[in-house]
Design a protein around this ligand. Sequence first.
Ligand SMILES: Cc1ncc(COP(=O)(O)O)c(C=O)c1O
Length: 464
Amino acid sequence: MRRLGYRAVDIIVDHFAHLSTKRVGSLKARQEMEAIFREVIPKEGMDPGELLDFVEKEVVPNLTHLDHPRFFAFVPGPNNYMSVLAEFLAVGLNIFSGDWLGAPAAAQIELVVIKWLTDLFQLPESAGGLFVSGGSMANLMALVLAVHHKKQPEKVGVAYCSDQTHSCIERAIRILGKERMELRTIDTDERFRMKGEQLSRAIQEDKGKGKQPVAVIANAGTTNTGSVDDLKRIAEICEAENLWWHIDGAYGGVGILDERQQELYVGIEQADSIAIDPHKWWFQPHETACLLVRDQSQLSDVFYMMPEYLKDVDLSEEEINYSNYGIQLTRSFRAFKLWMSLKTFGLNNFALAVKRGIGLAELAEQEIRKYAGWVVVSPASLGIVTFQFHQPGWSKEKINQLNQAIMDEMLKSGFAMLSSTALHGRRVIRLCAINPRTTEEDIEQTIYQLDSIAKKRALFATAD
Ligand SMILES: Cc1ncc(COP(=O)(O)O)c(C=O)c1O
């Protein structure tokens, strides 16, 4: 066991040590993966050392590295080694985080970390929350709370969000049942923030139609552009209309650690619930997210269950059973990861790492502006910048195709990976720079290479 374990550690540490010299990823076809991995269920086992050889040879090289310093696509996943160790220990000791009896230390650590987080967002003493698998789950649970605490059973409820809101909100509404809760999308302004006037109007219109406005989902850092809605304004509207106010801070909630950004977060302390995703910009391995709520009892009001076969774990209110505050009974010890890394590095180093990401996106914006033909579509905001390469006289479609081709070529090169999105009808290239291990040179080289690809392609392209 030790020998195998040391080998696994070597694989991980080699990965951390040599990542920047590797390709960001190599997109392989299904057929290629079938050829390597397809087999019938093995009836006899194999030597675990040989299995690790196979893993090193066939699994490790066929991954896209979300933690690579030049992975700028979607949302990078620059995790840290202390959290890897926490995950390893949690799994190795098979810690059960469903109830106090299963692991008093785990429950207490989760209580402590949740309190650190609710204090950070200045939620009241009554506040609480729990660790969940991801932002999608946290947002779904928030909407379940909204329905339970605000919706009148006989009315069709309406939730409001902006056109920049993550698609998991629409999925959550689908799960809740569109006949019970509708989702109404509000336009965004030129900075991709929800239009407050339009929100107020929509609420009045829906009331006029006999529907019941139930919840508003605001963004603290949109996936597309890192924009933060006007939280103060939305807080006022929610308070006046008695709506559940949820903030999706899955991507950008952590930006509150940068004092230069704090103005953006004024009002967040009035939220009924906040989703954050430590597996994004809090440098945690995947499946580390949290739902924070204004009042911990709002969770147990909805999720508390005590069947006969669990009576032995029903100790007292003090000895918390986290399974009564969420969907999962059997839960892994997710809080351990954030606890171990916050204790190791301290909040100040987390803040420095977050500021670095914000600064790197600002550098990327400066670099883009140096090259002819490039247009910044959304300036750097919370680590994200979007841009487009233009050619005079080209149609919108042709420009969109060109930008897609530039990204595809960059991905093929293995040097860096970016992704695309659509903003108010334009297809743009999007760069998300939240990995603190990214260097200034990584950014400069990536923009330089994008420009070289763009100019070469534009030169050889035929006119419309
Ligand atoms: C703003 C926002 N909300 C929600 C999600 C969904 O989170 P998860 O992928 O952890 O389910 C994302 C993911 O990118 C996001 O950026």
